[in-house]
Design a protein around this ligand. Structure first.
Ligand code: F3S
Length: 412
């Protein structure tokens, strides 16, 4: 990979050991992927903020980088983590564990990162423009900005995004290049998608079929909500590691099918209809009504303002079951605005908690939960794998009803 004089100086250690280590990582990645050169980025977004992901080794690495003089050169925001930052005492997270989590956060802050603690950084001030090169590591968020904004990032790891943020550059390969952003698989959507959970189900289904390719979704309504696409992107990323899709008429690079495929033919055509949608709900959900739940999770990806408004409408005047925790995840800035409009008070009057730095997928099951209901296929994947709970998947309304009754599929 070509390095300019400045890059070479950094690699020789002339700008400190921290910068040298970061550059060594970027050069190694660039060489593996045959990148031509490094390009400037305008921001990075980091995962592995959770102690659950970083562990003690990750913290030690960050603290070493601080001693070695590393500091972020570009706007660098942080993903959610393993505790609720502002309310960990009230929610009874174990103090010894909290201390480790806070030490990890402190290290990121000393490196110059912004404590956004959300997987929707584009809603809280880290929103790249069309065509802008960035280095992001949260799979749902990076897929969203590639797909909806037309910003350019690869599916970065925690380490590669960290090093890119420190150097302010990333290797020029993959989704930074025009030719790799071309659509390859046509997805003909032949059913009406009414709920965010429908988009999540479709993403989960299609992700498994296209694995890593660039799907092109046709027939998605032009008035689709941003949070529905966010749900779609999150699910595509979790089941198929898809970093980018085209949605005809919405993705800036895909005003038409011809443009999405760059006048080429799709490698494959897949139809997504009612049958596939229902099969995915069945696949992600233990279907029987009456199953008792003790955890309900909304806000994966972190809820947008309209989704909190809908949650407040569904919970208004209701009480959730005494044996159920209903945790609604969002970002602190969306929470602030929703508080001003009264939605947070309505939601919390029901007994639910609105969290603004937490993600159950990178946390520990400290509370003995056994069965979780959620409106996110991504959360079903991690709920089972990380929290070790049985999972039920449905619409937001079905999840809220289950939280109120304490049982899945019981009308309230
Ligand atoms: Fe966000 Fe965690 Fe879901 S990072 S996308 S809430 S798994």
């Amino acid at each position: 990979m070509y390095l300019n004089k400045e890059d070479e100086k950094i690699l020789r250690g002339e700008q400190g050991l921290g910068n040298q280590k970061a550059m060594e990582v970027l050069v190694a990645i660039g060489d593996i992927f045959d990148a031509e050169k490094l390009i400037k980025i305008s921001s990075s977004h980091l995962s592995s903020v959770a102690y659950e992901s970083s562990g003690d080794t990750g913290i030690s690495f960050l603290e070493r980088m601080i001693i070695d003089g590393a500091h972020f050169k570009v706007l660098t925001t942080l993903n959610p983590h393993s505790i609720e930052y502002d309310r960990w005492k009230e929610l009874a997270f174990p103090e010894a564990y909290v201390k480790k989590q806070l030490r990890n956060i402190e290290a990121y802050k000393k490196l110059g990162a912004v404590g956004t603690f959300t997987c929707t950084p584009f809603l809280v001030g880290n929103c790249p423009r069309y065509g802008e090169h960035v280095s992001w590591a949260e799979s749902s968020a990076l897929s969203y900005i590639n797909t909806v904004i037309g910003a350019r990032t690869n599916r970065e790891s925690a380490l590669s995004a960290l090093c890119a943020g420190i150097i302010g550059k990333t290797p020029y390969y993959g989704f930074h290049l025009n030719e790799n952003r071309k659509g390859t698989v046509l997805i003909d959507v032949k059913t009406v998608l009414k709920h965010s959970s429908d988009y999540s189900a479709m993403g989960y289904n299609i992700g498994k079929k296209v694995e890593g390719k660039v799907p092109v979704f046709n027939n998605i309504p032009q008035n689709v909500k941003g949070y529905d696409i966010n749900a779609l992107c999150a699910a595509l990323a979790v089941s198929g590691a898809v970093p980018m899709s085209h949605i005809i008429g919405i993705t800036p690079e895909a005003p038409t099918l011809e443009k999405a495929f760059r006048n080429d033919n799709p490698e494959e055509k897949i139809t997504f209809d009612r049958v596939e949608l229902e099969e995915t709900y069945e696949d992600r959900c233990m279907k029987e009504s009456g199953i008792e739940i003790d955890l309900a999770v909304l806000g994966c990806p972190h809820y947008w303002y309209d989704q909190l408004a809908e949650t407040a409408r569904l919970l208004n005047g209701k009480k959730i079951h005494k044996d159920v925790d209903l945790w609604v995840n969002t970002s602190s800035s969306i929470m602030t605005v929703a508080k001003r409009t009264g939605y947070i008070d309505i939601i919390e009057a029901s007994g639910a908690k609105v969290m603004c730095s937490y993600c159950p997928a990178v946390a520990r099951n400290f509370f003995g939960w056994k069965t979780m209901a959620t409106d996110s296929t991504k959360q079903t994947f991690y709920g089972h794998g990380v929290l070790g709970v049985d999972v039920l998947f449905g619409t937001t309304e079905q999840v809220i009803n289950a939280a109120i009754s304490g049982k899945w599929g019981v009308k309230v």
